[in-house]
Design a protein around this ligand. Structure first.
Ligand SMILES: CC(C)(COP(=O)(O)OP(=O)(O)OC[C@H]1O[C@@H](n2cnc3c(N)ncnc32)[C@H](O)[C@@H]1OP(=O)(O)O)[C@@H](O)C(=O)NCCC(=O)NCCS
Length: 322
């Protein structure tokens, strides 16, 4: 039994920050951001919107799309690196909000690869026979860890949530590969709260996200095409056999480079970073829901999802769309 995606849902915060708006906060401009990243605007939470509230809204839509009740769900996995609370997990918060009383719920942190890691985790449970369905959610409030005075970072990241209901089935996920390189764990990082136990005294301000943009760019353009090729080879497929590539939405230039290396046209690589920015763990499920609602996914299509990000981590899945 493998993981088959049967429904999707998403939530984007109501507030939209355009490039022109950001140029009123830091020394930047629409031309620089658009040409370097492909991003034109992004959604940022208001005080009422949180990681858990966005995850809940996306989950409700995916459940309704699947014609399932919350109590039908056996497993909830939330991929996030920006939970509202260190404990409990966002997944437990969402479980409570939904009333998914029969589910086991936990979070997973693989940064921008998180949704792919969550999908493969559900798939592994299905293969073991432990669970038969799962609600998987990618959600981030990256605006809470960004330094709003750092122009090289604040123009990239944004908030949102995407969700999918997956069922154990004979079709669905065909092949997967995941990876991580802890040697590069400082290429993108943000510290958790500082320790102020009696042996670690002193005033310690909250840290912000740090990123070595050039190193991340190099890593993504090299690793993602390799990971996609290897995952396809496991099921005797090539990039030409793929109908749609749903890639992490970090940067248009990264996606164009991946397309060039794989020799696939950009019309097989839908992008939504122009209006969503980089939403890390939420980016692939947001794009998945958008593609699903636009009718870009047809029954029998071969679909590749591939994520990459902090860790460094990367992950690719190949699946048949039901
Ligand atoms: C971040 C990124 C867009 C920067 O693009 P770049 O072309 O490499 O730009 P650089 O960092 O070399 O900076 C070039 C100049 O633009 C400036 N700059 C940086 N951010 C700017 C901004 N928002 N507006 C205007 N100028 C900016 C820099 O200060 C630098 O100025 P200098 O030459 O006077 O020092 C690029 O490295 C990238 O896309 N990296 C991958 C990041 C990513 O996807 N991360 C998430 C992965 S999950």
């Amino acid at each position: 039994m493998r993981a088959k995606i049967i429904s999707t849902g998403s939530y984007l915060p109501k507030n939209i920050a355009t490039n022109d708006f950001l140029s009123t906060l830091v020394d930047t401009n629409d031309e620089w951001i658009t040409s370097r990243t492909g991003i034109k605007s992004r959604h940022l939470v208001s005080e009422e919107e949180t990681t858990a509230s966005m995850a809940y809204e996306a989950a409700k839509k995916a459940l309704s799309d699947a014609n399932l009740q919350p109590e039908d769900i056996e497993l909830i996995i939330v991929a996030t690196c920006t939970a509202d609370t260190l404990v409990p997990s966002t997944a437990c918060d969402v479980q409570g909000r939904l009333g998914a009383v029969n589910a086991t719920a936990f979070d997973l942190n693989a940064a921008c690869s998180g949704f792919v890691f969550a999908l493969t985790t559900a798939d592994a449970y299905f293969q073991s026979g432990m669970y038969k369905n799962a609600l998987i959610i990618g959600v981030e409030t990256l605006s809470r860890i960004v330094d709003w005075e750092d122009r090289s970072v604040c123009v990239l990241f944004a908030d949102g949530a995407g969700a999918a209901v997956v069922m154990a089935d004979e079709t669905g996920l065909m092949s997967a590969s995941l990876g991580s390189d802890g040697d590069k764990c400082h290429a993108i990082y943000v510290k958790s709260r500082e320790n102020n136990n009696p042996f670690c005294p002193g005033e310690k301000p909250m840290d912000h996200l740090y990123m070595d943009g050039a190193a991340v760019f190099k890593f993504a353009t090299k690793t993602v095409p390799k990971s996609i090729r290897e995952t396809l080879e496991k099921v005797n497929l090539t990039p030409d056999d793929v109908d749609l590539f749903l890639l992490h939405q970090a940067n248009m230039r990264i996606n164009q480079s991946i397309a060039k290396t794989l020799k696939v046209p950009m019309d097989k690589i839908p992008c939504n970073m122009d209006h969503c920015g980089n939403t890390s763990g939420a980016s692939i499920p947001l794009l998945l829901d958008e593609a699903n609602k636009k009718g870009l996914l047809k029954s029998g299509d071969t679909v590749v999802m591939s994520g990459f990000g902090a860790g460094l981590t990367w992950g690719t899945v190949v699946l048949k769309w039901a």
